[in-house]
Design a protein around this ligand. Structure first.
Ligand code: MV4
Length: 436
């Protein structure tokens, strides 16, 4: 829906691809054409490259926008598009590869003077090497599986005694889980914030940043709330983060929209975490603050149009709540099913991005996110209070959603003050969620 909206505004014809489970999804109706690419299982449809290329061939597609899941950061897919003479709307396969591998990405940004967490250069050979290194960088340290990601295959060691066992157990678990037991080690940053910088680069070396998004409110490494600007970032830190993000992007001559993610500690030290070579779910908070259409920018860059290259700083505030088909009263258990009534929030400063309608059945096969509510206002508190009203106005029947959780969050005194880190939900009082 998000890509089709912008294409229509640019007078570009669109083809929607869908699995048999998504036959009734709004995007199949909204696109100019729709092609079924397979059964519900992602590996047979949305990850089925031959099927997707066949859909592009029979519709004579000039370009493919990969969205932000599935194949969006798959370098081979980007390569195959090139072989078919179809423009992949995003960076080159080389850029995707460089930032896709955590160790290579770190080496690349270290060479560009971007701060990274102190730790091992590459993979650790054995526990003794981990102990020797940790004596130098100091405890606590965190062991990370090179084949892990999104929080999987991470283990913290608070002292030397713990480290040896931690290393052997983490490596065994990683081998079992990912088929690769390779581990690396970093200084553990306690109670970090997750703050990311939006960057945009064209085909001519012009590159700019559009300031930060604070994505610290996460549950099991799933972002739930994002906002721009971050209540923790002052003007100086914003400039330093922006410069570091541009240095990381320039190091690979980045083309397209991308996001450089940082860990930020309580002393405002920041460390490169990873770079995402795609547009992100939370891009609307930047769009609402900067009044940019980031998908339009992606398409213009892909078409060889230049960008200005100047940086953008926020003067107003935007916040996004991800609405998932999950029951927050049952430990966020998935709640697929048929939506029997739907009224989405409207009014000044409220945007709802969704593909669902009344009568639509949420399939159990994919990510549980069904809508994003984004609110924009002059100040953070006004944006939060507008979000409270928008959450109150969002009527949906037939499935459970995380709306009660978001209502409680918008009322939480610490959240309202901007006092939160990635650990916030570990101590959040879920009993404050309204039952209605
Ligand atoms: C860390 C860290 C603290 N210190 N690395 C989690 C998933 C992956 N993106 C990296 N993660 C972390 N790496 C060091 N050296 C804490 C986390 C982390 C985290 C980071 C961002 C957002 C949410 C998080 C939740 C738990 C742990």
């Amino acid at each position: 829906m998000r890509i089709i909206r912008t294409c229509k505004e640019m007078n570009i014809k669109t083809v929607a691809v869908y699995s048999t489970a998504d036959r009734d999804s709004m995007h199949t109706r909204f696109a100019d054409e729709a092609v079924c690419i397979g059964p519900p299982q992602s590996k047979d449809s949305y990850l089925n490259i031959p099927s997707i290329m066949a859909a592009a061939e029979i519709t004579n597609a000039d370009a493919i926008h990969p969205g932000y899941g599935f194949l969006a950061e798959n370098a081979s897919f980007a390569e195959i598009c090139g072989e078919y003479g179809i423009k992949f709307i995003g960076p080159t396969p080389e850029m995707i590869r460089k930032m896709g591998d955590k160790i290579t990405a770190k080496e690349t940004v270290i060479a560009a003077n971007v701060p990274v967490v102190p730790g091992s250069k590459g993979l650790l050979e054995h526990a003794e090497e981990a102990i020797e290194l940790s004596d130098k960088i100091g405890y606590p340290v965190i062991l990370k599986a090179t084949a892990g990601g999104g929080g999987k295959g991470m283990r913290i060691a608070w002292n030397k005694e713990e480290l040896a066992d931690a290393f052997n157990m983490a490596s065994t678990e990683a081998l079992a889980a990912f088929g690769n037991g390779g581990m690396y080690l970093e200084k553990y940053i306690e109670e970090p914030r997750h703050i990311e910088i939006q960057v945009a680069g064209d085909q001519y070396g012009n590159i700019c940043h559009l300031s930060e998004r604070d994505c610290s409110i996460q549950r099991r490494h799933q972002k739930l709330i994002e906002e721009c600007p971050s209540p923790f970032v002052d003007k100086k830190l914003r400039e330093r983060l922006g410069e570091a993000a541009l240095n990381a992007a320039k190091a690979i001559n980045y083309e397209g929209l991308g996001t450089v993610e940082f860990l930020v500690d309580k002393h405002k030290n920041f460390y490169f975490m990873e770079m995402n070579t795609r547009i992100q779910v939370e891009h609307p908070v930047t769009e609402e603050v900067m009044d940019w259409d980031l998908v339009k920018e992606q398409i213009k860059i892909a078409a060889g149009i230049k960008i200005t290259g100047k940086n953008y700083f926020p003067t107003i505030h935007a916040i996004e709540c991800r609405i998932n088909a999950e029951d927050p009263f049952k430990n966020f258990m998935p709640s697929p099913g048929k939506i029997t009534f739907l009224h989405t929030s409207k009014g000044h400063g409220v945007r709802v991005d969704t593909h669902v309608t009344a009568g639509y059945t949420i399939p159990p096969y994919y990510d549980s996110m069904i809508a994003k509510i984004i609110c924009r206002a002059n100040t953070r508190i006004e944006a939060i209070d507008k979000m409270k009203r928008a959450l109150d106005e969002f009527y949906i029947e037939g499935i459970k959603t995380t709306i009660p959780f978001h209502k409680a969050l918008m009322n939480d005194p610490e959240f309202r003050k901007g006092n939160f880190t990635t650990k916030f939900l570990e101590t959040f009082d879920f009993s404050t969620m309204p039952k209605d």
